[in-house]
Design a protein around this ligand. Sequence first.
Ligand SMILES: Nc1nc2c(c(=O)[nH]1)N[C@H]1C(S)=C(S)[C@@H](COP(=O)(O)OP(=O)(O)OC[C@H]3O[C@@H](n4cnc5c(=O)[nH]c(N)nc54)[C@H](O)[C@@H]3O)O[C@H]1N2
Ligand SMILES: Nc1nc2c(c(=O)[nH]1)N[C@H]1C(S)=C(S)[C@@H](COP(=O)(O)OP(=O)(O)OC[C@H]3O[C@@H](n4cnc5c(=O)[nH]c(N)nc54)[C@H](O)[C@@H]3O)O[C@H]1N2
Ligand code: SF4
Ligand SMILES: [Mo]
Length: 662
Amino acid sequence: MPTHIQRSVCPYDCPDSCGLLVEVEDERVLSVKGDPEHPFSRGTLCAKMNHYEKTVHSPRRLTEPLLRCGKKGQGEFRPISWPEAIDQIANRWRKIIAEFGPQAILPYSYAGTMGIIQRNAGHPFFHRMGASLLERGICTPAKGVGWQAVMGETPAPSPNQVLHSDLIILWGSNAAATNLHFLHLVRQAKKKGAKVWTIDLYPNQTCAVAEKNFLVQPGSDGALSLGLMHILVRDNLCDEKFLATQVVGFKELKAQILPDYNPEKVSRITGLSPQVITKMARDFAAADAPFISIGGGLSRYTNGAMSVRSIVALPALVGAWAKKGGGCFVGTSSGAAFDMALIERPDFLKGKPRTINMSRLGEALTQTEDPPIKSLFIYHSNPAAVAPDQNLVLEGLAREDLFTVVHERFMTDSARYADLVLPATTSLETSDIYRAYGSYSVQRTRPLIPPQGQSKSNRELFALLATAMGYNEPYFQLSANELIAQLCETSNNWWQGIDKQSFNDGLPAELTPPTSQGYATPSGRIEILNLTLKFKLPCYLPIIKDRFPLQLVTAPALKTLNSTFSERDDLREKRMCLKVNPVEALSRGLEEHSRVTAFNDQGEVEFYLQIDNNVPVGIAVAEGVWWIEFAPGKRTVNALTSQRLTDLGGGSTFYDNRIDLR
Ligand SMILES: Nc1nc2c(c(=O)[nH]1)N[C@H]1C(S)=C(S)[C@@H](COP(=O)(O)OP(=O)(O)OC[C@H]3O[C@@H](n4cnc5c(=O)[nH]c(N)nc54)[C@H](O)[C@@H]3O)O[C@H]1N2
Ligand SMILES: Nc1nc2c(c(=O)[nH]1)N[C@H]1C(S)=C(S)[C@@H](COP(=O)(O)OP(=O)(O)OC[C@H]3O[C@@H](n4cnc5c(=O)[nH]c(N)nc54)[C@H](O)[C@@H]3O)O[C@H]1N2
Ligand code: SF4
Ligand SMILES: [Mo]
């Protein structure tokens, strides 16, 4: 059979949503390359996806349903048939519902696939059931809340705007690992003369692109932004005309930041000297069109939403929004382009089931809830690895009375704790629509190879479960393609200029966010003062510093994506390392490459020690979310993170944890 090349999209939780060209022969994927015609990724992929075929045809793929035959967590299973597996699930659920009610069942899903059809395939089913609702805040809801507090529903600028900026600030974002194609635009702007700064805790891979790297104290970014504003106001560097006509609350802000955020005080909080802060503010004001890209890093703290809000307010002071290329970017949201209710079916929801925050899974599984959680259905997520407070999560998953089903492509930490494991397809075996969250690109995909082994897509799985549970709504039996066809019938002003036929044929397209006069806030202006919030003005909220001396940064790894790609020997780092400054190693008598134990009140994790001059004193960096299978001890990094949530938005606080080492 001849080889042929077809389009697809990277399915993973990455802002870029790159276009793929997939070479297929004889129902096998031979190679995967970047699609030069994709408007944002333009033909390049990251190291992770360049050999996606190794994931798709991995010998580690799950190919048949498995029933647990050993103790929970040991990973001992025997194959069973799909009809048997579905029967067992439906029978067990009927019993649980009869005794405890449907809220005793909790779905747990996140972002294994970002396709809007497969990702949300479980919502209608669990709504129909009346199961507990899951608050999906494990990523960065604090970023959204911080943006909204100031900009309301104003759509984010296109990332391409950065090409017109003359000062680009990458603030708490390791774009070289997590937003590669945006960084490509930054490099282009740099060639045209733009200055680039990073603001981070340690010099990550992105720092090399920048002219200046500002290293700050963890969780101090909100104070830094307010300190910069102080100098802009004090030294008359603000755009008074813009503030008078486009902004609400500048007078009130001025009254607060002049006494409260002088450079000496902000220096004590951030660790930057008053001179550096003053120079930063002056350079920021001198720029014609400064552009700030806010990463998730600084948002994963107990003050995360307020930090983001404080930074989002900054460009308004110099009128950056009025200039081409000026402003700030936290990510795009193009949900309004699609009729998401058609996918999620909120109308199937009767009554108001309780909501459980996914970052508090450990607590939900181990404390007395009313009703108790008696069944957990995990799909395209790996909570045993990615959720905070791993010890508590594993304690919950080990409960003999908890009926756990995991739909997965690989035997993950979570799958090992399942009563039943069901094999899932990869994105090249299903149909979907992908909309990026780092640009406005959208693209539909079709299956390029048949499902591997007996694997089924999320949507096919919920069709089977609906039948078994007697949910007769014809909706459940719609195929992914039928649902996509229905979705494509909706047209709204996001689709202006897009040829629907080409979109339907699989070509990438770029949505246009609807433009309106002014800003999409209640006042129509940028709201530095927001009377609907507890704190009416941006202010600095300190983070808690407990008795442990080192701040733990659990940053993304370059070649894995959360726990995804752990299946790939060619991508995983050789050893699970913790990086610290030589001062921290010496003071504890710890040697390079030795096995060390990191500990705090949450738990203990073994790492190999990496001594790194670049990591500041007081910080420990653990990159990547590992599978326990490849960890030197029996736990991975999230045994050290807590279930505390962000100040607003119910987000996770993965970076807001402290440890010691021995
Ligand atoms: N290679 C790779 N790509 C990924 C992922 C991955 O795991 N690996 N994950 C994907 C997902 S799900 C997401 S949400 C995005 C995340 O993408 P990003 O938002 O870019 O990454 P973050 O993990 O949020 O944070 C990145 C940086 O924030 C810094 N940081 C931590 N605390 C602070 C602080 O208090 N202040 C400042 N200024 N900086 C701080 C960290 O040191 C780190 O360098 O990336 C996606 N892409
Ligand atoms: N310590 C620490 N923890 C973190 C983070 C951190 O920076 N530090 N990052 C956090 C962030 S930002 C996020 S977004 C979360 C991510 O949390 P998750 O969304 O749980 O991310 P993954 O670890 O990538 O797990 C996704 C799983 O879905 C499976 N999968 C892929 N496609 C499909 C499919 O079509 N169907 C089914 N059924 N399964 C599929 C994959 O094989 C993979 O095992 O992790 C969070 N955890
Ligand atoms: S992980 Fe991100 S950068 Fe890599 S191919 Fe996928 S979308 Fe592109
Ligand atoms: Mo995320």
